[in-house]
Design a protein. Structure first.
Length: 187
């Protein structure tokens, strides 16, 4: 019995992989099928692992009496559970209406859970905002955390302390649905 199992594993290893002269059969026509043969199942698993993130973006413009007033503003509406990576690029320097204005990005349950609270005046055109000290124009991708948002918690921008008079930030989210109903759209 053990000998037959070893033979099956060896045979399967000669089929699965790159379709080249090392294989015992031509696998170029194999399609993914989660309930099919061993090689079809491997193709189905490979397809699941090669998920390309979807992208949503929102350009947010601050204006003192409306989008710059103290409060919370929905940037992205989330449905179900998604894995995200959030990027924020300051397109036009952020100018507070009065000194001391701070901003942060998160969810209603954790208002600074995605990007820590920063002094609004520190956001200068061309800078990346990923923490409480937005002072860089070059950042390793590893500095931007991947997080999982569950239960449809929307992504929000919160303006605290004082209003923001002007400025523009572009927010881009790479996301992958985790639950069957997982989705994310710009608000």
């Amino acid at each position: 019995m053990t000998e037959k199992l070893v033979d099956a594993v060896v045979s399967a290893s000669l089929i699965e992989g790159t379709n080249d002269s090392n294989n015992v059969i031509d696998t170029s026509a194999v399609t993914a099928n989660a309930d099919g043969s061993l090689i079809e199942r491997v193709e189905a698993l490979k397809a699941q692992l090669e998920i390309t993130p979807q992208v949503a973006s929102k350009v947010y413009t601050f204006a003192t009496a409306t989008t710059g007033a103290v409060g919370s503003y929905t940037l992205f509406t989330v449905t179900g559970c998604v894995k995200i990576k959030l990027y924020a690029v300051c397109l036009t320097s952020v100018v507070p209406a009065v000194g001391g204005a701070t901003i942060e990005v998160g969810t209603p349950a954790s208002t600074a859970g995605l990007i820590a609270q920063a002094t609004a005046a520190d956001l200068i055109a061309g800078e990346l905002w990923d923490d409480d000290t937005p002072t860089t124009k070059i950042e390793p991708d590893s500095a931007i955390p991947e997080v999982i948002i569950g239960d449809g918690a929307d992504i929000t921008l919160k303006i605290t302390t004082q209003a923001v008079a002007s400025g523009v930030i572009e927010f881009r989210v790479e996301y992958v649905p985790i639950s069957s109903n997982g989705a994310l759209v710009a608000a």
